[in-house]
Design a protein around this ligand. Structure first.
Ligand SMILES: [Zn+2]
Ligand SMILES: [Zn+2]
Length: 136
């Protein structure tokens, strides 16, 4: 079996109050979520990376949390910077997993693949979209 390779990446919010180090798979699981919740939170499509347990090194005391129920009744905790309001992490209780907002990474050049989710319920009509591709 091929051993998994992990890469260390840095990231942070626009005001610089929140910084973090994260260990990601060489080819991480990346999702573009087009659901209405994310659209309202971000103002557009949201790109998130699934984090393995303990993958992120971050000072959580600086994060504010907004908790709400997702479409399926699941508790979702959105973590954001208390100063500039940049979204940092989303915790989905059903999966007991944290997701990192991909745009917070300083280097995004390795994010070459993403899966589109919840685009059937909502996406901007100027996008041509399926599971693997977006054309604008
Ligand atoms: Zn969503
Ligand atoms: Zn900030």
């Amino acid at each position: 079996m091929k051993e998994k390779i992990f890469i260390n990446k840095t990231g942070g919010c626009i005001c610089g109050d929140i910084t973090f180090n994260v260990k990601l798979d060489e080819v991480p699981l990346v999702f573009n979520c087009h659901c209405i919740d994310c659209r309202k939170k971000i103002g557009g499509m949201m790109t998130i990376i699934l984090l393995r347990d303990g993958a992120i090194d971050i000072d959580k005391s600086k994060l504010k949390i907004y908790e709400h129920e997702g479409g399926s009744g699941n508790k979702i905790k959105k973590h954001f910077c208390g100063k500039c309001a940049a979204p940092i992490l989303t915790y989905v209780e059903k999966y007991k997993k944290y997701y990192l907002y991909a745009g917070l990474l300083d280097d995004i050049s390795f994010l070459k693949k993403a899966e589109n989710i919840h685009f059937k319920e909502s996406h901007f009509p100027f996008m041509e979209i399926n599971e693997k591709n977006i054309k604008v």
